[in-house]
Design a protein around this ligand. Sequence first.
Ligand code: 7RM
Length: 635
Amino acid sequence: MSNYHIKHLEEYYQVYRKSIRNPELFWEEIAEEQFLWRKKWNHVLRWDFSKPEVKWFEGAQLNITENCIDRHLATRGDKTAILFEPNDPSKSAEHITYLQLYHRVNKFANVLKAQGIKKGDRVCIYLPMIPELAISVLACARIGAIHSVVFAGFSATALSTRINDSDCKMVITSDGSYRGAKTIDLKGIVDEALERCPGVKIVLVAKRIHSDIQMKEGRDQWLQQLLDEASDQCIAEVMDAEDPLFILYTSGSTGKPKGMVHSTAGYMVYTAYTFKNVFQYKENDIYWCTADIGWITGHSYIVYGPLANGATTVMFEGVPSYPDFGRFWDIVEKHKVTQFYTAPTAIRALAKQGTELVEKYNLASLKVLGSVGEPINEEAWHWYNDNIGKKNSPIVDTWWQTETGGIMITPIPYVTPTKPTYATLPFIGIQPALMDEHGKELIGNQVDGRLCIKYPWPSMARTIWGNHQRYKDTYFSAYENMYFTGDGALRDEVGYYRITGRVDDVIIVSGHNLGTAPIEDAINEHPAVAESAIVGFPHDVKGSALYGYVTLKDTGESRRHDNLRKEINQIITEHIGPIAKLDKIQFTSGLPKTRSGKIMRRILRKIAHNDTSNLGDTSTLLNPEVVQDIMDNAL
Ligand code: 7RM
């Protein structure tokens, strides 16, 4: 890949203007320069947001793993591709070179083939952050199977819903996982999930914690035995540019999770180009993103983006608090990490611990600090900047989404002057728009509205698996000819963007997007619950935490509220996972509703924020009397 980076602000504006004036020409040049194509494209871009349909590099053929692995072998065969840092700090890190990665991916790909997996089949990957996770993702891509990684913190119910939604034939998992001082019985969760998934015929099991687990005859197989027998050569499947590469589920404000479908060529080009520029990646850097590969951040900026650049990417199995809250800094020192990319919720949790555990370590290797997942508050920004970056590593506050595939609004380090809490400027090729509630675009600076994108970019999701109509309704119907992000944003006097948060019913808790509807659905399954409404409230570590208003059925029996609270959180854990547990549960005599029966979340939000001086217009309420009652009993 060419080593060219954007180097100063004037150049950014120049390249930006060029990318907007003629996007096709711009992206064609990027694609020409840096990748291995089996066949070049006939058309750079065809698009129609009204359908919506977007096609990049139509007619081109490639395999993304040849770009992420094979292409580097001649010059970087012995370079570390994946630097695996295990949960246990006393165990040594594993350096997987590009050549070793090539052999391991090929072996895994041959195992998939031998088990009957073919191009286009869906494979669910439910693994902890161990090398097999990255390798299985790449093995799927090698043979053209569509991977669907499910974050290994999700419950059996959440896992089975995702497996069934995309008809996965196979699940790849492990006997268990380490999480700090604890172990988690992942295989047990898979077994429970699969009781509801008749389509899954094969389960491959990696050994990690060496626990005594049940292997189901005819379904479950130990991965290592199959790998041992497999050849380390596997010819990459030739894929069309628009063939799906993967599905990744994201929660919506309503209904079941959305399986966002990403395609091959555009995703590769955009993640590679953003990685190089947003992290100013140089050949011998050691890049570390602390996300889990179960989220889009891990797909794009642990696996595909870094490997497409021939980078060394760190994969960390553990948690920031084990064996103590100095673990991140210990790893930075030990591996001389140069780019460190994490989430505001982690920064806040670490900031709470003071600076003693930071000062113990030498962080001088750091050159760029990244933030992603939710708005970073001023205090966390300064703590990160002062104590980790020592005021000389720029913070890149990167705004993007599962749906966008890659980073969309971000500073370019050492190029864009940063400003606390601002994601600053659109990345090259990205055309944001702020819209008012009447569907009019807000022109000029110092405006505040809903964030849309006006023009396609290569890594945008192409559809929702099995439901194109929902894709259209969710993202392309709010504003004509625009992609609507679901976020609010403001543009300051110099054109910098600040993301103000979700404008729909998605709440970001510790960087995890949670739709309120699925949580409410889970609670409502409790036999004592009549209805419920969830809102977010500010939390000093999680950013937002969940506040539930629950109305009980009038059964005549009186039940201990504390027990009910436990049971409600238990149901949520079973349906979604522990990340969706409620911090506060208030039992109410009713929920404020409009005449059309819609819960007025605005009011509930204000009460949860302890901001009841002005509740706004309550005249449209059907039952204004409950509001006083809820206020009197607020937690
Ligand atoms: C990458 C990722 C997407 C939502 C998005 C925003 C919020 C993400 C930032 C941010 C403010 C940021 N994908 N978000 N990054 N808000 N500043 N730098 O997180 O699909 O899981 O979430 O996250 O609300 O719409 S995601």
